[in-house]
Design a protein around this ligand. Structure first.
Ligand SMILES: C[S@@+](CC[C@H](N)C(=O)[O-])C[C@H]1O[C@@H](n2cnc3c(N)ncnc32)[C@H](O)[C@@H]1O
Length: 225
């Protein structure tokens, strides 16, 4: 892990991690878990689309909150076998910071222990009865083109597009499309025009939906089947 660039964190109100490099919080101050469920689960029509072997991919693993929300939904849905997850991350958080961040969401923190332990040990793969997760470290602009997999559902969760434009570029959105199965989807909290255009250029059908809380809009995208 030593050669990886670490995330530098400041804490807002003692509980919300803010990345100093991007000057942006990792999750919504109001209710991060509810926002995750609205944007990334409902946005991708989950859990309704869960089937055995379903794969989620995510740009920006961050605290792991989105992954844990998906795992909780997978368990509740009772689908056979493990949920498959591939997360891309350039600046991994320290495991202690991850654990501290997740304490804000007792439901997620309650199931986070084995994952945080694996993260602390520098694992790039975590396997259990109901989760098969891989963590791909490095700049997603370099690592995603090299990834051999394709996802049924994408969580596009970079920091705000104005602060982290490299994780929302048209080239990267085209790579997301290239790594999505026919009929697969992507969801994001942002409705920024250049992100929606990038997804559309990547052959997604793009739709604006009501956002979470005070955010008016979010974006969902679907590849034709
Ligand atoms: C809003 S946070 C993600 C929050 C996360 N999904 C969660 O559940 O906590 C954005 C993440 O994108 C990562 N990131 C930013 N630029 C990146 C890049 N070029 N390649 C890969 N990851 C990047 C950041 O380090 C950060 O972890």
């Amino acid at each position: 892990m030593s050669q990886r660039q670490r995330a530098d964190i400041e804490w807002k109100d003692g509980a919300v991690p803010v990345a100093t490099r991007f000057d942006d919080p990792y999750f919504s101050i109001a209710d991060g878990l509810a926002e995750t469920r609205h944007v990334f689960l409902t946005g991708n029509d989950l859990p309704a689309r869960f089937t055995p072997g379903f794969r989620i991919a995510e740009l920006g693993i961050g605290t792991g909150l989105n992954l844990l929300a998906a795992l909780i939904a997978w368990r509740a849905a009772g689908v056979a076998g493990p949920l498959r997850y591939t997360g891309f991350e350039a600046f991994p958080m320290d495991a202690g910071d991850m654990d501290r961040a997740l304490r804000a969401f007792p439901e997620a923190h309650a199931v986070a222990g084995p994952l945080v332990d694996a993260w602390r040990a520098g694992a790039t793969r975590f396997q259990s009865d109901d989760l098969d997760a891989e963590f791909i470290f490095g700049d997603a602009r370099e690592t995603l083109p090299r990834w051999a997999g394709r996802a049924e559902a994408w969580f596009l969760d970079g920091f705000a597009p104005a602060k982290n434009p490299e994780l929302w570029s048209p080239e990267l959105m085209a790579q997301v499309a290239a790594h999505t199965v026919p009929g697969g989807t992507a969801a994001t909290y942002t409705a920024a025009g250049f992100v929606r255009r990038g997804l559309a250029e990547g052959r997604f059908e793009v739709e604006r939906r009501p956002g979470f809380g005070r955010k008016r809009h979010m974006t969902v995208a679907r590849l034709s089947a």
